[in-house]
Design a protein around this ligand. Structure first.
Ligand code: FCB
Length: 448
């Protein structure tokens, strides 16, 4: 890591392609707010908020108010000099019943957003699903219902028809392993085979939804470039006795989606568990040709054995000598380099890093600035790792910081901040942090 104060140095990027893409990522529920406006229906994350399950009883009701302030946010993107912006469409905003009749007001919001992004000279990267499933579909079983794959494909078709004249980059899902594992996997005990069954059903149906959505977008959008975004972290055993747990975690966390999607098979460790939920021809339905693989990465996952638990494993303690971010996520840039090399080799696809960043508890200093040198040091070392992986032969084509803005960080609510821009929630004022200026300088230097 660089020294914590006065960091200005940029990382080495000489091994990166000349047409390397620099971007930032966000997601609908985390920034939009306006959850009850213009015909949007609740998502499963509205429900979690209403139930008081989020830290500090936070909700996504207002978030960054991006629904109203998107023009200001596009101006921030322009100031950064971004080449690409990844966002997601909120399914419950454009299809309030989850299927059937589209909501013109919701669709029109993304028209305005996309047109604004394009007018700023930035390429829109549209992710179809960043966890905000319409509650009405969850009431029908959500991803544990095989029909959900078809509902998702119909939604993908609607989005492709509407925006495919302007958007060419489409991602089907953001981090399918995370929302399935954390939704159905962790928690529960070993005797709960019904719970485990739900996890396996959800995994398979999301994979079917991916394949069907790839076809739906490909058919409708000439020149489209499609992939899925995976949270991929090397799994390390917390202690030598946790090696088997780490292997099983790797199968669920890293491979349960890209393996069937890109290689046409489930990892051998979970194959038997998946079989009862599969029908003839399913693997061919899932393995549709994609153009790239997306990787989100935050640090290796440390895994411990938990006897008597539903999965037999959980996330464990990091090794004692490993530094961590302010929210306790391990900092190991070499593991990022190795992850990128592993993914590039295993799947043989161009790789885009579509999320990476540091979560903290940033505060305004007395002068009203946010000097987040720790984030700069993190980005420096992690972008350096991208360069190292490219130098060692991995075909990496882009890097997107998580995130443009501080935002609603799921169960942690607004207490955890990942933004290059500080958001003062009471006033909604946007204040670019030191890392914002650093990243702008990096993009500028890369283009010269
Ligand atoms: C990822 C999510 C993203 C954000 C970051 C910190 O797992 O995709 O929405 O919360 O973590």
């Amino acid at each position: 890591m660089l020294p914590r104060d006065g960091v200005t140095q940029l990382p080495p990027i000489a091994a990166l392609r000349r047409d390397f893409i620099w971007g930032v990522s966000t997601s609908s529920f985390q920034i939009e707010g306006a959850t009850r406006e213009d015909g949007r229906s609740p998502s499963v994350w509205d429900t979690r908020g209403q139930k008081g399950l989020i830290a500090n009883h936070d909700t996504g009701d207002v978030a960054c108010d991006h629904y109203h302030r998107y023009r200001e946010d596009i101006a921030l993107m322009q100031r950064l000099g971004l080449q690409a912006y990844r966002f997601s469409v909120a399914w419950p905003r454009v299809l309030p019943q989850g299927r059937g009749l589209p909501n013109e007001l919701g669709l029109a919001f993304y028209d305005r957003l996309i047109d604004g992004i394009l007018a700023a000279g930035i390429e829109p990267w549209l992710c179809l699903y960043h966890w905000d499933l319409p509650q009405v579909l969850d009431d029908l079983g959500g991803w544990t219902n095989r029909d959900c794959a078809g509902w998702f494909a119909d939604y993908a078709a609607l989005v492709a028809d509407r925006y495919g004249d302007r958007v060419k980059r489409f991602a089907t899902f953001n981090e399918p392993s995370i929302f399935t594992l954390f939704g159905y996997g962790f928690g529960g005990d070993a005797g709960d085979t019904a719970g485990l069954d739900l996890l396996h059903r959800a995994i398979h149906h999301v994979n079917l939804g991916h394949g069907a959505a790839v076809d739906a977008v490909r058919e409708r959008v000439p020149g489209s470039s499609i992939g899925c975004i995976h949270n991929y972290q090397l799994c390390r055993p917390s202690t030598p006795g946790d090696a088997q747990a780490a292997e099983l975690c790797d199968a669920y966390w890293n491979r349960a989606f890209p393996d069937p999607q890109c290689l046409g098979s489930y990892p051998s460790l979970i194959q038997a568990a998946m079989e009862p939920h599969m029908q003839a021809g399913d693997l061919a339905r899932i393995q549709r040709p994609v153009d790239w693989i997306g990787v989100n990465h935050y640090g290796p996952t440390f895994v411990k054995t938990v006897p008597g638990s539903r999965l037999g494993f959980a996330t464990g303690d990091r090794w004692p000598d490993i530094p961590a971010t302010p929210i306790g996520w391990p900092i190991v840039p070499e593991a990022f380099r190795d992850t990128l090399l592993t993914v590039a080799k295993r799947y043989g696809l161009p790789v885009y890093v579509l999320e990476n960043g540091l979560g903290g508890h940033d505060k305004l200093d007395q002068s009203g600035a946010v000097i987040d040198n720790e984030r700069i040091a993190y980005l420096h070392d992690y972008i350096g790792a991208v360069n190292d992986a490219a130098g060692a032969g991995a075909d990496i084509r882009g890097y997107f910081v998580w995130s443009l803005l501080d935002n609603f960080e799921w169960d942690s609510g607004y207490g955890v901040r990942f933004g290059l821009t500080y958001v003062d929630y009471p006033t909604q004022k946007r204040i670019p942090k030191a890392s914002f200026h650093w990243y702008r300088d990096l993009i500028k230097a890369a283009g010269t």
